[in-house]
Design a protein around this ligand. Structure first.
Ligand SMILES: [Fe+2]
Length: 283
């Protein structure tokens, strides 16, 4: 197995773009219990205990920046050297939330950042109301028309480890990658159009799913899919839609495994995506 300095890397934040960012800021503030502040230039930071994202002006439904936090300077420099040795073009740190870091453009043009958090933006303590609900930003998922190209980049070049593949004949239709012991920090689905798919907040258990669903109900936000249990990852989940129709997930009980765990295979179909019932089929 190829080893790279990627392990361990954790999803630190993503950026969501919208043609109506104010609406999105209000939604994530209220529905996902985060405090909102403008950083300048129309860019907003939403943050809470162990969860944060950037929201800015752009294409509706955009999810073009995924930022992974590394352990220390030595790991950052080792990963930078590894990416250079792989012939990848290194870009400047694209996010104000990292004090030091670099970025890559993936084959679909998404920006993937690696870095170390800037102490100017410390992790806030749990706040009042929904800000007290546990939900750590945990994974982000892409839609793509060319999974093979993404697999070559993320697994082949960067060293993400495959935990599960969903297969239709010999074609991969969804793939789940880990960068630490958690089953996936990143995943990608075959879809008619490349773009963002969803991101997820990991909670401490089934009881939290109930608390979050009751909280969504208090805001008249309908569950869009679930509750259910995914095959790959074995996690409990539900999803809601944000005002742009982009999906957001609350999750619990995500599997963990070591770096040497061998990837499993699932047959393409609803059962792979929801052991309990119907599924959101991207293709
Ligand atoms: Fe997910």
């Amino acid at each position: 197995m190829q080893t790279t300095p990627l392990w361990p890397a954790r999803l630190d934040h993503i950026r969501r773009d919208s043609d109506a960012p104010d609406r999105l800021v209000a939604f994530y503030r209220d529905a996902f219990g985060m405090a909102a502040r403008e950083l300048g230039g129309g860019l907003w930071l939403l943050d809470g205990f162990n969860r944060r994202l950037l929201v800015g002006p752009g294409e509706k439904g955009g999810q073009n920046l995924s930022a992974f936090r590394l352990s220390d300077k030595a790991q950052l420099e080792a990963l930078r050297a590894h990416c250079t040795a792989q012939g990848l073009k290194l870009l400047a740190n694209p996010t104000p939330l990292f004090a030091d870091g670099f970025a890559l453009a993936d084959p679909d043009g998404r920006i993937l950042a690696f870095g170390l958090p800037d102490a100017k933006f410390p992790v806030p303590p749990p706040g009042p109301g929904a800000q007290a609900l546990p939900g750590r930003l945990q994974h982000v998922v892409y839609a793509t028309t060319d999974l093979a190209r993404l697999i070559d980049f993320y697994v082949g070049k960067l060293g993400f480890r495959t935990s599960d593949d969903v297969m239709q004949g010999n074609q991969v239709t969804a793939t789940f990658w880990r960068s630490d012991a958690e089953h996936h920090s990143l995943a990608a689905f075959r879809a008619p159009k490349a773009g963002g798919d969803h991101h997820a907040y990991e909670t401490t258990g089934w009881g939290d799913i109930k608390l979050w669903a009751d909280h969504m109900a208090s805001l008249h936000i309908k569950l869009w899919w679930g509750p259910g249990r995914h095959g790959p990852g074995n996690n409990l989940f539900f999803m809601v839609e944000d005002p742009d129709g982009y999906k957001v997930e609350i999750s619990a009980e995500l599997e963990t495994m070591g770096p040497e765990f061998e990837a499993r295979r699932w047959e393409h179909g609803e059962r792979a995506l929801n052991l309990w019932g119907g599924a959101w089929m991207r293709s």
